[in-house]
Design a protein around this ligand. Structure first.
Ligand code: RIB
Ligand code: CA
Length: 314
């Protein structure tokens, strides 16, 4: 039996982040969650910090170390997404306020100290929100870049376009400068863009399978999904909405569910029309060096089988 992979989850919960955190915590044989680092994104930091701890306590894991990070993006004004996630970011289920603590160390320092302490090439960073914390860590401690085993990130889009603007996906749009720093860092990157997550729809049949688990976790998840998907069902006219963030954890657990290719990705940071766009050279026409393993296809049935099986363990 291989030892579990050491991961840090950087997150802005959000209902889909919650599903990703639960999937990771339900997989202790494969994943050793060293800590959750929190960033402002879907909702302000006070709510994303609260929400991360609500999710840990729901999973019976008040022992998880939670570290608060960036309050706002590096340069651009803060953008949040209450219109999608609700005022709290976890609308759809009513759960007790968290009692577990936030760690005193800042998230950026936790990332730096963990990467300097652990063996090089043994810690995977999973980002589910804007890349502000990771970019700040790289600026403060450039020596950590070669120590990161891999960044697996939900963000961006190419043939699928954007979701917060016609060109940009939310996580990148909120902090394009941070994304630019990360994509130029040279660290191994696997990117789960909208092109993948828009194939992962929370259809009524899939939500019913989660409900059938009949647990506190499944009841909360159903409430969150039914709230969270309404915005995208309206926008896309689909049965269910895309479940973005758990794709990052599913990739770590079952990479064979996904396929894509190594190509160049650059971030638009200047044009007001397309700021936050991930310019993905899928057809390799630019001659620019490949810097990311960009996923494009996913076995959606296999993904939901994995997610529902693991949620059933909590
Ligand atoms: O665009 C989708 C991403 O933005 C997801 O991570 C969602 O949680 C929001 O952060
Ligand atoms: Ca997120």
């Amino acid at each position: 039996m291989e030892k579990p992979s050491k991961i840090i989850i950087d997150t802005d919960p959000g209902q889909d982040d919650a599903a990703a955190i639960l999937l990771a915590l339900a997989s202790p044989e494969e994943l050793d969650v060293l800590g959750l680092t929190i960033v402002a994104g879907n909702v302000p930091l006070s709510y994303t910090s609260r929400n991360a701890r609500i999710v840990c306590e729901l999973a019976g894991r008040s022992d998880v170390a939670v570290y608060e990070g960036a309050l706002k993006p590096l340069e651009r004004p803060q953008v949040t997404a209450e219109h999608v996630h609700g005022k709290t970011g976890l609308d759809g289920a009513v759960l007790p306020e968290p009692t577990m603590p936030v760690q005193p160390l800042h998230a950026v320092d936790f990332i730096i100290e963990t990467l300097r302490h652990e063996e090089p090439g043994t810690v995977t960073i999973c980002t589910l929100g804007p890349l502000t914390n990771l970019a700040l860590a790289l600026k403060k401690a450039p020596d950590i870049a070669p120590r990161i085993k891999e960044l697996v990130m939900m963000g961006g889009g190419f043939f699928e376009g954007g979701n917060i603007t016609p060109a940009a996906e939310f996580n990148i749009y909120v902090d394009p400068q941070a994304a630019d720093i990360v994509f130029r860092s040279g660290m191994p990157i696997t990117m789960l863009p909208l092109d993948v997550t828009h194939q992962l729809l929370t259809t009524k049949a899939r939500v019913a399978r989660i409900a059938a688990l009949g647990t506190d976790v499944s009841r909360a998840m159903v409430g969150w999904l039914e709230f969270f998907e309404r915005f995208d069902e309206e926008k896309y006219g689909s049965d269910g909405g895309p479940l973005h963030d758990p794709s990052v954890i599913a990739y770590l657990l079952k990479p064979e569910l996904f396929s894509g290719r190594h190509c160049n990705v650059e971030i638009e940071t200047q044009s007001e029309l397309t700021v936050g766009m991930t310019v993905v050279d899928w057809w390799r026409v630019s001659g620019r060096k490949a810097n990311a393993n960009v996923m494009r296809n996913v076995d959606a049935g296999g993904f939901f089988d994995l997610l529902i099986d693991r949620l059933g363990r909590l």
